[in-house]
Write a protein that binds this ligand. Structure first.
Ligand code: FES
Length: 164
């Protein structure tokens, strides 16, 4: 995948040269800009902040919020913590992957969706939980997932965001 490097400059300009303490923030900006951490961007940040490339990659791989692979416009996260697991998280994951025709961790061909699993996010009372984009969907049911995903797509393409 070609990376539009012109979008990298504003990220770098935001941080002082040699300011290694800004590594995580710079990686967050990079992730927000590209929806993942392109190798060219990680290298440029490492050079700009004068942080060893190995340290930049250590941070990039340590935090689950970062991805080294391109991600879809909408991230769908299925909680696989214990409470969600015992309340049917596997069924939700299976249904999502079947409906979108991808494996967990994968991205749809049109780059619209990426499905990932996460550990407990601290909302066990809502189990089983699916997070679509920024929105938490508690007591999620496999039969409603397709509708929720379609709604999320409409929101990301400029539609209404009224309903949970
Ligand atoms: S186990 Fe899913 S939110 Fe806690």
């Amino acid at each position: 995948m070609d990376v539009d490097l012109s979008r990298l400059e504003p990220v770098l300009d935001h941080y002082d040269k040699g300011d290694g303490s800004a590594l995580i923030h710079a990686l967050q900006d990079l992730q927000a800009t590209y929806r993942y951490l392109p190798a060219e961007g990680v290298k440029a940040i490492s050079e700009h902040l004068q942080v060893p490339l190995a340290r930049a990659y250590a941070a990039a791989t340590f935090y689950k919020a970062f991805s080294l692979e391109p991600q879809g416009r909408t991230l769908i996260q299925v909680c696989k913590g214990t409470a969600c697991h015992v309340r049917g998280a596997q069924l939700l994951e299976d249904e999502l992957c079947r409906a979108l025709d991808i494996e967990v961790g994968g991205t749809t061909k049109d780059q619209d969706y990426t499905v990932k699993t996460v550990n407990c996010v601290g909302a066990c009372a809502m189990a089983p939980l699916v997070i679509i984009g920024e929105k938490y969907h508690g007591k999620a049911k496999a039969t409603r997932l397709t509708k929720l995903v379609t709604e999320a797509q409409q929101v990301s393409k400029g539609g209404s965001d009224d309903e949970a």
